[in-house]
Design a protein around this ligand. Structure first.
Ligand code: FRU
Length: 494
């Protein structure tokens, strides 16, 4: 079956399910040269429903091939979010006669009674003998029974070399539980992290991830703990925070003051971020669900709902503000932009520039300098549906994101989708921007990727990327642009 991306909102450079509902990325693992992407999937409707693990693979993180769902719900429960690892040394003993290393997927089995009360969440496992293409649920599931918690989910499993143990991190209400295991099947709890640390809300934390990362330009290693905050993010609703610290195989110690909140993204639509496990060159690539629980079920697409963000490779750097993760679009994409004829010129008050006038994906790579008091409007869709106002103050740059409802949608979407959020960028002479626009989204990676801002926008009347000088003078120190042809228009399905 082939399905063309004729739908006006269906992105051309972002992953979408062939049809039906999608939320979190799950089970991200790199096997035999391919990135496997599993995802929370309900194929029989365009709103959240009994969860499957949808499945796709890609060798370049751009062109995806759809595969049949990896896990489907049954009497043992729905298949909520989780992770996957390669069991290189057969720690589980499940792959004695296997031809290639086995793959283990950890997911939350959720059994929900039909009377509308909360489901019971427990951790289960499935395994694959053919490199991640077909899966069997483990007979002795669950591997971790519910300890009496309403929210006990989203297991992320990693190998911890120093202690020679497997580690699992799990959402436990508004904290993260740390567990360890020698055989990937029996787990013991070692610690809990999160009480009074980072951003909290009344809703549970979700979808943790944990990984080591070397500080650029040094031999020092830090540990990063990623945590989804279902409500109360920087821009409102769901968002993804991270902690930098140390992990000794048993507990995580935050390097920052407990009240410090670090956001992987400052937009409305970057949630449940996870990173690929077992990537050959050790790089850390994250992908997130490009939506927000506040309105995800009601955005105006029809036979599919939700896209993933662009994958982002991350590095840890010492910035003026302290240790920070910096993001960039994957090198596998080989994005090339061309110098725009206006590069090196200036825009004065009232002048504007249109970078493209077609309705397709595009990449901007630019450095601007604004005189104090100057204002630049960036309109990725060439209209008012989503605009960024950049303003240079005495203390640095301020970026205000204004989003309005541009197309019809359901009532709750009408109430919650609009936003007006200001982000302060630390003092810096230049504003450095890499932006990716697609049919219903805009992702900005600002100041070398220290500040990322991802927002959806649904407007059927778009006219191309526009830059307008509203006030003062904007120097376009360098301006590069590339209209990407629809690189992902054909979605193959097995
Ligand atoms: C996060 C989440 C997870 C859960 C899944 C259910 O978006 O709520 O905590 O496992 O979605 O689909």
């Amino acid at each position: 079956m082939q399905q063309l991306a004729t739908d006006i909102f269906r992105p051309t450079m972002h992953f979408t399910p062939p049809f039906g509902w999608m939320n979190d990325p799950n089970g991200l693992v790199y096997i035999n040269g391919e990135y496997h992407l599993f995802y929370q999937y309900y194929p029989y409707g365009n709103k959240w429903g009994p969860m499957h693990w949808g499945h796709a693979v890609s060798s370049n993180l751009l062109n995806w091939e759809h595969l049949p769902p990896g896990l489907v719900p049954d009497e043992t429960g729905m298949c909520f979010s989780g992770s996957a690892v390669i069991d290189w040394k057969n720690s589980s003993g499940l792959f004695n006669d296997a031809e290639q290393p086995g793959v283990m997927a950890f997911y939350t089995a959720c059994i929900a009674p039909s009377n509308g009360t909360d489901g019971v969440q427990m951790q289960s496992l499935a395994y694959s003998r053919d490199g991640g293409f077909s899966w069997e649920k483990f007979e002795q599931n669950p591997i971790l029974a519910n300890p009496g918690l309403k929210d006990f989910r989203d297991p992320k499993v990693i190998w911890h070399d120093e202690s020679q143990h497997w580690i699992m991190v799990i959402t436990e209400g508004q904290e993260i539980g740390f567990y360890r295991s020698a055989d990937l099947k029996s787990w013991e709890k070692s610690s809990t992290f999160g009480h009074e640390e980072g951003a909290h809300d009344t809703l549970p934390w979700e979808c943790p991830d944990l990984f080591p990362i070397q500080l650029e330009g040094s031999y020092e290693t830090y540990w990063v703990l990623i945590v989804g905050v279902q409500g109360g993010s920087f821009a409102g609703g769901s968002g993804t925070q991270y902690f930098i610290g140390q992990f000794d195989g048993e507990s995580f110690v935050n390097h920052h003051e407990p009240e410090t909140v670090l956001w992987l993204d400052y937009g409305r639509d970057y949630y449940a971020a996870q990173t690929w496990s077992d990537v050959a060159d050790g790089s850390r690539v994250a992908i997130a669900w490009m939506s927000n629980w506040q309105y995800a079920n009601e955005v105006p697409t029809r036979n599919w709902r939700s896209a993933m963000s662009a994958p982002r490779s991350m590095k840890l750097c010492k910035m003026d503000s302290g240790l920070r993760l910096l993001s960039e679009f994957p090198k596998e994409w080989g994005l090339e932009t061309q110098t725009h004829p206006s590069s090196g010129t200036s825009l004065n008050q009232g002048q504007f520039l249109k970078l493209s006038d077609s309705y397709q994906a595009g990449v901007v790579n630019a450095t601007f300098t604004l005189e104090t008091g100057s204002e630049l409007k960036i309109a990725p869709f060439g209209n008012e549906s989503l605009v960024y106002i950049v303003c240079r103050s005495e203390t640095g740059y301020l970026l205000t994101t204004k989003r309005v409802i541009a197309d019809e949608g359901e009532e709750n979407y009408q109430k919650t989708f609009a936003s007006n959020v200001t982000l302060e960028l630390p003092k810096n002479d230049e504003l450095n921007l890499v932006a990716l626009i697609d049919r219903c989204s805009s992702e900005l990676l600002l100041q070398q990727g220290e500040f990322c801002v991802t927002d959806l926008s649904f407007d059927s009347y778009v006219s191309g990327y526009e830059l307008t000088c509203i006030k003062g003078t904007v120097k376009l120190a360098s301006l590069n642009f590339c209209a990407q042809s629809a690189v992902n228009p054909i979605i193959k399905a097995a």
